[in-house]
Design a protein around this ligand. Structure first.
Ligand code: AMP
Length: 215
């Protein structure tokens, strides 16, 4: 199973991806997470990437394609994987197709999680993330049991540098101009599934699962 989860920032692609990955035991490949991990480990690529990330801009296609190429060449990604947040530009989608062709494989399905801008802004401003395990919380709808502490691992919760109003606004504009054209790209290949992200978390997951079962 080789799948991709897309959607504007705050649509829930991270949380849905985490559940799919757990249920189907897939390696998860999140470029945003790889960049944040590299930054927290003081790696040059992470420090370079954070210059773009903090303002909500995209990291260059070259850097992004390269970290994905390295990650996909690892043994655990041979048979299955879930891509979360990559590709985000048509150039990245073409690079990914070329890479998968070299590997003798292709994507099975692309999920696009849809949401309205009002919902997205609300979710992003209230989002808190665990520093240690990256679990996400919402200050109103998915509160941690103890304020500021992750239920799962006891790590400290923080607000991502790019979850501020200005950064979210910029990310949404970039999504519209650079990432939305990908929907057409995958629709033409007949592998695009539109998912309504403005429902209960479990309902969204069920809609995705209905497709996954038939792959
Ligand atoms: P995410 O965790 O998917 O919301 O990504 C956080 C940030 O990392 C994005 O706003 C971008 O700045 C950067 N990023 C993640 N994936 C990509 C990508 N495929 N291309 C360029 N930048 C990316």
């Amino acid at each position: 199973m080789k799948i991709l989860v897309m959607g504007p920032p705050g649509a829930g692609k991270g949380s849905q991806s985490a559940k799919i990955v757990e249920h189907y035991a897939l390696p998860s490949i999140s470029t945003g997470q790889m960049f944040r991990d590299a930054f927290n480990n003081n790696e040059p690529i992470g420090i370079e990437a954070m210059k773009y990330i903090k303002d909500g801009n995209l990291v260059s296609d070259d850097i992004t394609n390269e970290i994905v190429r390295i990650r996909l060449s690892k043994h655990d990604a041979e048979k299955s994987f879930l891509l979360d947040g990559y590709p985000r530009t048509v150039a990245q989608a073409i690079a990914l197709d070329n890479l998968l062709e070299e590997m003798g494989t292709k994507l099975d399905a692309v999920f696009n999680i849809l949401s309205s801008n009002d919902v997205l802004f609300e979710r992003m401003e209230q989002r808190r993330v665990c520093k240690q395990c990256d679990a996400t919380y919402h200050l109103k709808f998915k509160k941690p049991l103890v304020e500021g502490i992750c239920d799962k691992c006891g790590g400290t919760l923080y607000q991502r540098q790019d979850d501020t109003y200005e950064s979210v606004k910029n990310r949404l504009e970039i999504y519209e101009s650079k990432t939305k054209p990908l929907l057409d790209y995958y629709d033409k290949k007949g592998i695009l599934y539109q998912i309504n992200g403005m429902q209960e978390f479990e309902k969204v997951y069920n809609d995705i699962e209905l497709v996954l079962r038939d792959l």
